[in-house]
Design a protein around this ligand. Structure first.
Ligand SMILES: NC(=O)c1ccc[n+]([C@@H]2O[C@H](COP(=O)([O-])OP(=O)(O)OC[C@H]3O[C@@H](n4cnc5c(N)ncnc54)[C@H](OP(=O)(O)O)[C@@H]3O)[C@@H](O)[C@H]2O)c1
Length: 275
């Protein structure tokens, strides 16, 4: 979800009101849109990007790890595979064949999903899978266990039953949706270090068509809704440095910890007085 007249992204829209021309957000949830980052791209990282960030954070892949990402070419998956690759991990991505070239070009080893996927993953990984990010559900947590992945290195954003049974993780958007993470994702996208594929852009009036396409579960990238607004450009621009107003509360430290390993600069501002 993107908002403001011309410059800002938001990391929080509660109560949920994402399909609207205007939303009210707390200013602490606003992030400057980097110059040159197209609106379609800038609007996508909030849910998909912060979710991908959380999934990668949850399984903590490193250069010695092989990680599988189900739904690798969908909406969340493409961002998760790139963030895992940035940490140096070997990434295997189940996807249909038409998406294999896109994955290969990003350093991902694609495999076909469907019957026999476990064997294809074993072959691609050389028999050792260290972590598993599931963005699709439908039995992938059980597959990860079958492949020998330790439960604490399995994360799903779609299946709540299986993690409860095997002790896997369910880190999603809620674990990383803050202005600091969003700002970092926007910076990576603007500098060409993170590609945010856009499947298609719909005008807001065609929101039903957008959902029909989404329901097919074969989109590559994000579907973007774009409201038609004619609003004046603002004269001033915000300073590009990342800032965070979170104090020393639990959420604040969680966000700060999540970005410390790759943030360029983080400024923690004092809590605003209540009342
Ligand atoms: N918990 C959270 O915080 C959170 C946040 C955001 C999203 N979500 C959820 O995460 C899910 C993922 O959404 P999304 O937009 O990334 O993708 P999606 O639209 O649910 O799925 C699209 C992808 O799924 C792939 N796919 C289809 N059938 C498959 C199968 N049998 N095995 C493996 N992959 C298959 C497609 O691949 P091909 O096109 O290559 O066939 C396509 O890349 C959604 O359920 C969404 O609600 C959760």
């Amino acid at each position: 979800m993107s908002t403001d007249h011309s410059r800002a992204l938001t990391s929080s829209v509660f109560p949920v009101a994402a399909h609207a021309q205007f939303v009210v957000v707390d200013d602490v949830n606003l992030v400057s849109r980097p110059a040159g980052l197209a609106w379609e791209v800038a609007g996508a990282p909030y849910v998909a990007g912060t979710t991908a960030y959380a999934t990668v954070f949850a399984v903590d892949p490193g250069p010695d790890d092989t990680v599988v990402v189900s739904g690798a070419a969908g909406g969340v998956g493409p961002l998760a595979v790139q963030l895992a690759r940035r940490r140096g991990a070997t990434v295997i991505g189940p996807a249909s064949e038409r998406n294999h070239d896109w994955l290969k070009d990003r350093g991902v080893l694609p495999v076909e999903y469907g019957p026999g996927v476990a064997e294809r993953i074993r072959q691609a990984s050389g028999g050792r899978v260290d972590a598993f990010i599931d963005t699709f559900g439908d039995g992938y947590v059980a597959l990860a266990v079958e492949l020998g992945v330790r439960p604490e290195r399995i994360n799903t954003i779609r299946d709540w039953q299986a993690p409860a049974e095997v002790g896997a993780r369910t880190y999603g958007e809620g674990a990383a949706a803050c202005a600091v993470v969003l700002g970092e994702l926007a910076r990576l996208a603007a500098s060409g270090q993170l590609e945010v594929p856009i499947a298609r852009t719909y005008p807001l009036e065609q929101v039903r068509d957008a959902f029909r396409e989404l329901e097919q579960q074969h989109t590559h990238g994000k579907i973007v809704l774009r409201p038609q607004l004619q609003l004046p450009e603002r004269a001033s621009s915000r300073h590009p440095r990342t800032s965070m107003r979170a104090g020393s509360g639990w959420s604040g430290w969680r966000c700060l910890r999540a970005v410390l390993h790759n943030a360029q600069s983080v400024t923690v501002l004092p809590r605003r007085p209540r009342g």
